[in-house]
Design a protein around this ligand. Sequence first.
Ligand SMILES: Nc1ncnc2c1ncn2[C@@H]1O[C@H](COP(=O)(O)OP(=O)(O)OP(=O)(O)O)[C@@H](O)[C@H]1O
Ligand SMILES: [Mg+2]
Length: 358
Amino acid sequence: MNEILRPHAEDAYAHELTALEAQDSGVRPAGWRLSPRAVVRYLMGDTLDDGTEITPKYFGDRRLIEVAVASLVTDRALLLVGVPGTAKTWVSEHLTAAISGDSKLLVQGTAGMSEDALRYGWNYARLLAEGPSEEALVPSPIMVGMRAGKLVRIEELTRVPSDVQDALITVLSEKILPIPELGRETQARRGFNVVATANDRDRGVNELSSALRRRFNTVVMPLPATLEEEVRIVTDRSRAAAERMQLPPVKKDAVVEITRLVTIFRELRNGRTEDGRTQVKSPSSTLSTAEAISVVNQSRALSHHFGTGDIETEHLAASLSGAVVKDPERDGAVWREYVDVVVRNRKGWEELFESLRV
Ligand SMILES: Nc1ncnc2c1ncn2[C@@H]1O[C@H](COP(=O)(O)OP(=O)(O)OP(=O)(O)O)[C@@H](O)[C@H]1O
Ligand SMILES: [Mg+2]
């Protein structure tokens, strides 16, 4: 009854990782739990010879994941950049789970962060009582990862003030973390590396210094290329979320509703209709794939508790307006115009138009 709300990837997919490990005949880089090829299989999905289903985690270009994995074999760190909701955090969690068997070494980048969060801090009671000692030292996740030879995740690296970011330079180039108070240093073991994520929207806030940028290989995470691909992502991820919310699977296939939702998101995001004929205005909200997943989740919850259990147009409509209109003054007019110009005139969308109008 005391279930964990969201287990770590290495626990949630433990059976897949164990099966991959057992069948993995590829060469494993020192400190890696799987070979690079098996890591890519884990992310992209496959069926193993023993019949084990490896579910796809990332939907998109296999080459992009291959490049990301290959970067981690070199002595450069990996930086995943992209607009919000393009699975940067998701991919980083699964990469670290597959490669190190541990996605928990995590530093969350924030504007108020100090160097301690990247290096180490002190247990002040012990520091005052005993002076600086190994026992009084509180290692950061980076230090733990260096000692254990594991990957460390840094989320939202560009939110970290630039001078604090630069504390990473020695770690990434020399693979050491000096501890002057103890007259010692931590040397990284094989298997250590960093996977960082950065949001495009933060660009220019705390740009990485060129010295630090050179220590990273950058992989740009794109928005889903086609409508079909985005529908697949939203369908797959919202099904998983429904399981987590303990909602029964919908009886009717929600693909029609999800396709409409994703179409609307793509059109508002791109500033024109899918057929390219009509220009539309874009709202201030980020209409990401992740946001579309949330809208479907909310529709599922609405229909399960207050409807028939199937996602009906009215549930989608109720969740949709809230996702698009984040700033009532600016987005309200943009959204009304889209409903009046595009939704109203589209064949088969009459019911959606009626639900959105009220
Ligand atoms: N191409 C994709 N393949 C699989 N899942 C995806 C894809 N794109 C988005 N998602 C899903 O979107 C959700 C949000 O992704 P995530 O939090 O990793 O985004 P992010 O890029 O880190 O965004 P932010 O910049 O806001 O932190 C996840 O549940 C993820 O599964
Ligand atoms: Mg993220």
